[in-house]
Design a protein around this ligand. Structure first.
Ligand code: HEC
Length: 243
């Protein structure tokens, strides 16, 4: 598969990207310590997590999406063949502008300088071991570290990660038996919902808003999860204790 990509689609993506060379040259500084470059990579990482990570796994970004290819695996052979960051950046940039029209990746999720920044970030970290350091390490707030959610006046509120990572802010929750209004605020642009398993409570899938559902809870321990394909597997789950 990778061979085919290198010989086919990627080659055309690369030439498209080279045709857009002026833009790339602006972001093409290879000195990691330059402040301008750092700012671009920080922006690139933040946008990658918000706009791309829900579909793509990439270890350095902490993203776990499974709709599209794992980008560490996708670029492993390119690294071995010494394409360098610049070659990989060209492919990513081309993919952002001209994804395969028959695949579920929308074109122009990011545009202009933002597209260059995302391509620069991916090319700097994809298929590389280790962790992001310096400004990049703190570019995206760690997800999932919230205090347990506690039902209050019949309302149980469990938020999706506001940066679009595939996690709930609260990974444990408590409630009392009886009627409940379940709420899931989701500030991100990544669609999510929340289902309480074996309790018959499920909100609609939403983004940039608050999903709600009503139901009745019995005593016990329940799993809650996001039903958007791939999100539960990526870790968008939690544990609800009703007592
Ligand atoms: C809705 C899900 C989705 C989103 C969001 C998404 N992608 Fe994709 N992406 C895919 C799929 C599916 C493919 C495989 C497409 C194909 O085979 O033609 C893909 C392919 C790619 C590839 C080529 C990988 C390869 O193995 O050939 C790159 C690079 C890529 N995406 C980068 C990005 C970046 C950067 C973003 C954010 C700006 C992004 N994607 C957002 C679904 C997505």
């Amino acid at each position: 598969m990778i061979e085919a990509r290198l010989n086919g689609r990627w080659r055309s993506a690369l030439s498209l990207a080279l045709a857009a060379g002026a833009t790339l040259a602006v972001a093409g500084c290879t000195n990691d310590s330059s402040p301008a470059q750092s700012a671009n990579l920080v922006n690139g990482k933040q946008l990658f997590v918000q706009k791309c990570g829900a579909c793509h796994t990439m270890a350095r970004a902490g993203s776990k999406g499974v709709t599209g290819p794992n980008l560490d695996e996708a670029f492993a052979s390119a690294r071995q063949e010494n394409w360098g960051d610049d070659g990989i950046r060209g492919v990513v940039y081309g993919q952002i502008l001209y994804p395969n029209q028959n695949a579920p990746m929308p074109a122009n999720l990011v545009t202009g300088q933002d597209a260059s920044d995302v391509a620069a970030y991916v090319s700097t970290v994809a298929a590389k071991p280790g962790k992001d350091v310096g400004l990049l390490a703190s570019a995206v707030a760690p997800a999932g570290g919230g205090k347990p959610a506690v039902e209050k006046n019949g309302v149980l509120s469990i938020s999706a990660d506001p940066n679009g990572q595939l996690l709930y802010v609260e990974t444990t929750a408590t409630a009392t038996p009886g009627p409940v209004e379940l709420e899931m605020p989701n500030e991100s642009g990544v669609p999510h919902n929340i289902v309480i398993e074996n309790a018959g409570i499920e909100t609609p899938v939403i983004k940039n808003g608050v999903a709600k559902a009503k139901g009745t809870l019995k005593a016990g321990t329940f799993v809650y999860f996001c039903a958007v394909p791939g999100h539960r597997q990526a870790g968008m789950v939690g544990k609800l204790t009703v007592r």
